[in-house]
Ligand binder design. Structure first.
Ligand code: NAD
Length: 277
């Protein structure tokens, strides 16, 4: 069993585990990918894996809200990218707002001319101790970040997506199961499941595939920021595999879905979750 890094690791946005079994093979050569929340955790692992597969990367980040380091992520992407890929760009923005999402898409299209893969990944999470925790302000923050952003970015990105391109939405195992400890967060993830299924049908005639990824527990700063010490110490113990995943173990699902290997996959959700579901 892989050892679990502690809270200290989780607060450090820099390390990214390498997966010795992963062999890139230019599956995304010539593709332009826009990834939200690309400076941290799963999003960063997705950016680096996509870059290794030949994609040109644009990612969004929100400076100062989470513990982030876009410059370092850019460096990791640059070190990962293939020689014919374009230079990566990091776009600071708050994806809760429609007009910001429009500007992000405009910026990517102005630089690269199109979007081939949209990864709607940015999210926040808060632990629920009591129903009294659920305030209007907190619900607004959760739903706007986690699901409004996916609608807005999709709305603008599809105008520039050609037949053969695709969208991947990050949901979560708790989107299926619900969670008493993540009551409102899990509800946003359930909404993403419905959005993903409906959008897949909506875009089928345009030849745009839409899929989701529903991870179980993953070691990322999201957990360190939202869980108390006791829950963090037990993190991953509820998984039959008895450990949380590392971000690169999740990123491989995105590589598959984004590539032509998944040409007959739309409206599907992959569950890299150590058999939680
Ligand atoms: P993370 O905290 O490392 O990354 C979240 C990202 O979202 C950050 O890059 C952050 O800057 C961005 N973000 C947050 N609020 C934003 C805003 N208003 N505007 C723009 N960007 C914003 O977390 P992570 O664990 O890598 O999470 C990535 C995705 O995976 C999320 O959708 C999360 O719900 C999902 N997920 C995570 C786990 C897990 O165990 N870590 C499990 C299932 C699903």
């Amino acid at each position: 069993q892989d050892s679990q890094p502690g809270k200290e690791y989780l607060m450090d946005p820099l390390p990214i585990f390498s997966n010795p079994h992963y062999k890139p093979s230019n599956k995304l050569q010539g593709k332009v990918a826009l990834v939200t929340g690309g400076d941290s955790g799963i999003g960063r692992a997705v950016c680096c894996s996509f870059a290794k597969e030949g994609a040109t990367i644009a990612f969004t980040y929100v400076k100062g809200v989470e513990d982030i380091d876009a410059e370092n992520t850019l460096k990791i992407i640059n070190d990962s990218k293939t020689s014919d890929a374009g230079d990566p760009i990091a776009i600071p923005t708050d994806v809760r707002y429609d007009e910001n999402c429009k500007k992000v898409v405009d910026q990517v299209v102005a630089k690269y001319g199109r979007i081939d893969v949209l990864v709607n990944n940015a999210a926040v999470q808060y632990e629920t101790y009591s129903l009294d925790d659920i305030t209007e302000q907190r619900l607004e923050r959760l739903f706007k970040t986690n699901i409004f952003s996916q609608f807005f970015l999709t709305k603008y990105a599809v105008k520039h997506m050609k037949e053969g391109s695709n969208i991947i939405n990050t949901t979560s195992a708790v989107g299926y199961t619900g969670s008493s400890k993540l009551l409102d967060y899990a509800s946003t993830k359930g909404a993403i499941l419905a959005f993903t299924k409906g959008l897949a049908t909506y875009l089928v005639d345009k030849g745009i595939r839409v899929n989701g990824v529903a991870p179980g527990p993953v070691w990322t700063p999201l957990e360190a920021a939202s869980l108390n010490d006791e829950d963090l110490a037990a993190y991953g113990s509820q998984v039959p595999m008895d450990r949380a995943a590392q971000p690169v173990e999740i990123a491989s699902s995105y590589v598959f879905l984004a590539s032509q290997d998944a040409s007959y996959f739309t409206g599907q959700v992959l569950h890299p979750d150590g058999t939680i579901l």
